[in-house]
Every structure is written in C-alpha cells, then in structure tokens.
Design a binder for this molecule. Structure first.
Ligand code: G3P
Ligand code: MG
Length: 291
C-alpha cells in the first residue's frame, strides 16, 4: 500500500468510516479517481485531461484502452472515432500513424484543438511524471479481447516504473480479466491488482459479483453507482472485496458512498469532489501544449 496518507486530502478527506474498516482500497489510497482524466474539464482520455486531473488534486486517473489496427494499445473510450475525434468509423480500422493525425480535443473545446489520442505508453509515461496512479480499463474492440489484454499488460510491464504508484487493471469484459489472470499466473509479469467492472444494466447481484470476482482473482469490484447500495457495499466488504463506485459527480453522493464503505470514487469532476470547484476549459493552462 502506498505510504501516502488517505487523510491529508482536502474536501473528501477525513477519518475512514467504520464501514470501510478503516482500510483504504490499497491501489487507490487517496479514494478518488479521475474518470477518463478529468472528463468534465478537458477532452476525455487525453494527456490534457490527465494533466487537468493532476491540477485538480486527483492522485489517480482511470482511462480506457483498446488497440489500433496493428495492435498498439491506445487510450480511447468508444469503438468508433466519431464522438471524441474529428475522424470517423471504427478505431480498429486505423493504424497508429493515421490515428495520430486526428484531433481529439476540438470536439470538447477550441481551447484543446490539436490534442491527440495518446498511446498507452505515452499515457503511462505522463502519469509517472505527474505522480498519478493508473486505473487501466481494458475496453477491447469486438473480437480483440485477449490481444488487448496481452498488449496492454506488456506495455504496462515495460513502461510503468517500479517506484510509481500501483496500477489497477479493470474491465467489464470477463474474458479480458480472465486473460489478465492467466498472464499473472504465468509469473513473468507484475501481477497488477484486478477489479471487475459492473454495469447495472447487466443485472448483477452482490452474490454474483462475489462469485465472479473470486473466480477471476479480482481484488475489487468497480460498481455502477446504480448498484452501489449500502447493503451491496457492505456485502462486498464482508467478502473481502475492495469497492470503487463510478461515475459520481455529486459531492454529497460521494460523501455518502464513503460513509457506506466505498473505498474509492471515480469522478469526472475531481476538483468539485475535492471541494475546489471545477475549472472550465480554457480557464487554466492544463494541456501538454501549454494551454
Ligand atoms: O471504470 C469506470 C468507468 O469508466 C466505466 O464505464 O463506460 O466510462 O468506461 P465507462
Ligand atoms: Mg472507463
């Protein structure tokens, strides 16, 4: 576990609740994870977004990893380029060189024009410099599950410094988690802690989550807020599973979840949850290009 104090944070800091057993989620000692960086303040899943999260006081970020056509792990949420870049069509059809020509910032704000889709390697290098922990969400494009897990873990192994904060692997994709477990069992790579991602739309119960998380060797469950009842949080805690909740942008809801035993909150608005107020895009120089 990191030696960083979990009680030295502004806003959402404080004495760990009895419900959490006084134990922070080991890979997330600061109990707050910026979702896709700081997705409310900067274009999601870009280096600018990770810098914005750091500037807001976050110590951890979550981001989504999938592959280019030739198999390079990159950081992007959707299977298509349309929503978050000026490109179109499936990301899996594009090689890295062509992807790097795309603008991944203008859709969010003209202040971020020219922002690029980062590779996982570039992202990890940036996070290491910023001192941020990393929650890598494996989000494979259809048909590329095992390949995505293998490539992402290989990059993490090569690029994540031993002295950096721990790294957490999560996924909705059970086969991706199984592949990560198989790789960990081979003993040739760092066995990063893994978490099962649970969407309310998939009909999870606490019992099913426990069964599946244990079968996959996961140390935690990252719950859709709609699944995060006090009872479910307590059941998961009693089963020895760590508990993060996404995506929580309301400070009072975050405080309640902590009281109910959530170990970490995944948020688009780290500044708001840290009671510092979110900056609007362009208010502050947050991007790698000097914005
Ligand atoms: O990891 C939590 C959250 O990112 C999962 O949902 O769709 O935002 O990747 P999504
Ligand atoms: Mg995600």
């Amino acid at each position: 576990m990191s030696d960083r104090s979990q009680t030295d944070r502004p806003g959402l800091s404080g004495t760990p609740s009895p419900a959490s057993g006084g134990i922070a989620y080991p890979p997330v000692p600061d109990r707050l994870i910026g979702h896709r960086g700081a997705a409310a303040s900067a274009p999601e899943n870009t280096l600018a977004s990770f810098q914005a999260a750091a500037a807001a006081g976050a110590r951890w970020v979550e981001f989504d990893v999938k592959l280019t056509a030739e198999g390079v792990p990159i950081v992007l949420h959707d299977d298509t380029l349309d929503r978050t870049t000026n490109g179109q069509g499936p990301v899996a059809a594009l090689c890295l060189a062509d992807l790097k020509d795309l603008d991944a910032g203008s859709w969010f704000s003209a202040d971020f024009a020219g922002e690029r889709v980062p590779t996982l390697a570039e992202t990890l290098d940036t996070l290491a410099v910023l001192g941020l922990g990393a929650n890598i969400e494996l989000k494979p494009c259809p048909g590329r599950t095992a390949e995505t897990a293998r490539a992402a873990l290989a990059v993490a192994q090569r690029r994540w410094p031993q002295a950096a904060p721990p790294l957490v692997i999560s996924s909705f994709d059970l086969d991706a988690l199984a592949e990560a477990a198989a790789i960990a069992a081979q003993g040739v790579m760092t066995p990063w802690p893994r978490a099962l991602l649970a969407d309310a739309a998939d009909g999870w119960t606490a019992a099913l989550l426990i069964e599946r998380a244990r079968a996959l060797g996961c140390v935690g469950v990252h719950l859709d807020d709609a699944l995060a009842s006090a009872e479910t949080l307590e059941t998961l805690r009693a089963a020895g599973l760590r508990r993060a909740v996404w995506t929580v942008n309301d400070r009072s809801r975050a405080l309640a979840l902590w009281e109910q035993g959530a170990d970490a909150i995944i948020t688009d608005r780290p500044a708001s949850l840290l009671d510092k107020g979110d900056k609007k895009a362009g208010d502050d120089p947050v991007g790698p290009t000097g914005r």
